[in-house]
Design a binder for this molecule. Structure first.
Ligand code: GLC
Length: 516
């Protein structure tokens, strides 16, 4: 185009000036629309509308109100594809979390004072040199990965997630990207991750890694979470830390250990741009699933609810409740505040009734011992699952929207088009009867999972009344399986009164105060 075209008349110029301005506005608008659609397209391929759970024989409880779905970054896949990818995870229902690292050496104490467990370096503002010195005593001298894997199998978990690198930056494997690792910097002098990955997989369990992508209190430039550097040795550029340490290590973990789960934690400073390469890493490994803690608007495949059991099921994404057996994630020698095995079994029942997974944590010592009070509670859950596993594994949450006074329910679609409803009785009703409010169809058959005794039920005006034998065979949670010919339809009565505790008082763990 040559700029020397004939000059225009002045009057015309105002009009043309207005015309030109208008034109410019349009081009700007067009450019903007184009730009946003480009951005949207670059992500859009990754953001199909989150559609509800696939239609099946299962009738799910209505979702908890008030949880806005954030516009966010997700994979480009159909719901069917996502369901297929997450199927093992949804069916697993129970996992073992392992917080293990150098913080197990001070075991909660710094300069003789109780400070914290896996956050001790931050909470004690411990200088890097002093914290690095602890690694000498991180010997893993009694570490027996086969025994850990056996404990996991005995507990009845289907997957194990271990802290490959926590916020203190210490890597449990012989990473190429930082010398602050178990091989080069600790008394263990060996890769601690490989043997566990192999042992866990040899038990037929899935293997996942926890990776602190943003926070790193030792490698220079690593994030300091809500705080700032307390030692010059920590100073450096965050983006350089992401590019030189965090992303290469995450890639190294994925390529070397082929984990089933990547468990990110704390998304401080993770903008969409910074999160993008991590997101690409995950999406370039179709089998790999990750949680909702990467940051930068990345939704993740499952939400995490830490130390709290939601009041009811959450629609859409899979849910995982991660919880400590005592009060600490990492090993802390003075933390003996253990939940009872009954509480843990009821938590598992409660979370499954809300269509969620339970990721229960242990904190081994610096030598690699899982404290016996934690191990015995895991074995107790395993014994319960041996008898009642079918009421947990591969089930969906119960059809009722609020907790029932006497316990919880889960359900499973059967190949014949019917549904089996699992009735988890926590507190045995004095009159031996429990009401399943709003159920109007009769059960074809009923049985106790423990012992197999037959159980009868009959339809009443307000629902199905189940008659239980004299006394409970299992004071923790006793499960009755009711087979229905077709999916369960609930009447209005299903809009249950809240947890009255009428027949048999019961402590609803979801109302338990958070333990941290
Ligand atoms: C919290 C703790 C962190 C722990 C994580 C596990 O964020 O601060 O240390 O690793 O929970 O869920």
């Amino acid at each position: 185009m040559n700029v020397h075209r004939a000059q225009r008349s002045p009057r015309r110029t105002n009009r043309t000036r207005r015309g030109v301005a208008k034109e410019r506005r349009w081009t700007e608008l067009l450019a903007f629309a184009l730009l946003t659609s480009l951005v949207a397209r670059s992500f859009a391929a990754e953001t199909p509308a989150a559609s509800p759970t696939p239609a099946s024989a299962i009738r799910m409880a209505p979702p908890a109100a008030g949880l806005p779905e954030l516009p966010a970054v997700v994979r480009s896949e159909t719901t069917e594809q996502q369901d297929a990818r997450l199927r093992w995870f949804r069916e697993a229902r129970f996992g073992l979390f392992i917080h293990w690292g150098v913080y197990a050496v001070p075991a909660g104490f710094w300069q003789g004072k109780p400070v914290g467990a896996e956050w001790i370096m931050f909470q004690g503002q411990i200088p890097v040199a002093d914290y690095r010195a602890f690694a000498r005593d991180f010997t893993a001298a009694k570490y027996d990965p086969e025994a850990w894997a056996q404990l996991a199998a005995d507990a009845g978990v289907k997957y194990v997630v271990i802290t490959a690198k926590h916020h203190d930056g210490f890597a449990l494997w012989d990473t190429h990207w930082s010398d602050w690792n178990a091989v080069k910097a600790s008394g263990a002098k060996r890769d601690l991750l490989r043997p566990l990955a192999d042992a866990v997989r040899a038990k037929g369990l899935r293997f996942g890694v926890y990776y602190s992508q943003s926070q790193d209190w030792v490698n220079p430039g690593g994030g300091k979470g809500r705080g700032t550097a307390w030692d010059d040795a920590q100073k450096g550029d965050f983006d350089e830390y992401l590019a030189r340490i965090s992303l290469p290590q995450a890639r190294e973990l994925v390529e070397r250990f082929d984990p089933d789960i990547l468990w990110w934690d704390t998304e401080y400073q993770m903008t969409p741009e910074r999160a993008r390469p991590f997101f690409d890493l995950v999406t370039s490994h179709p089998r790999l699933i990750h949680n909702s803690r990467l940051g930068g608007g990345v939704l993740g495949d499952f939400r995490t609810s830490e130390q709290r059991i939601p009041a009811s099921a959450m629609l859409g994404r899979a849910l995982e409740v991660n919880m400590t057996i005592n009060r600490s994630w990492g090993y802390r020698s003075d933390d003996l505040d253990y939940k009872s095995a009954q509480q843990l079994i009821r938590n598992l029942s409660d979370i499954a009734s809300k269509d969620g997974n339970y990721l229960l944590n242990v904190g081994p010592t610096a030598e690699g011992i899982i404290p016996e009070p934690q191990a015995e509670r895991l074995r107790a859950i395993g014994r319960w699952l041996k008898m009642n596993g079918e009421a947990i594994y591969a089930t969906r949450g119960g059809p009722f929207s609020v907790p029932l006074a006497w316990g919880r329910t889960t359900q499973k679609a059967r190949a014949d088009g019917g549904v089996t409803l699992y009735v988890h009785v926590w507190e045995w009703p004095k009159d031996g009867k429990i009401l399943l409010p709003g159920i109007r169809q009769n059960a074809r058959a009923g049985r106790m999972l423990a012992g197999g005794a037959a159980v009868t039920s009959s339809v009443a005006s307000d629902g199905l009344v189940v008659t239980l034998p004299g006394s409970t065979p299992d004071p923790d949670v006793c499960v009755v399986a009711l087979d229905f010919e077709k999916p369960i339809e609930l009447g209005e009565a299903a809009a249950l009164p809240s947890d009255t505790g009428a027949s048999g008082t019961l402590a609803d763990p979801s109302k338990a105060p958070p333990t941290h």
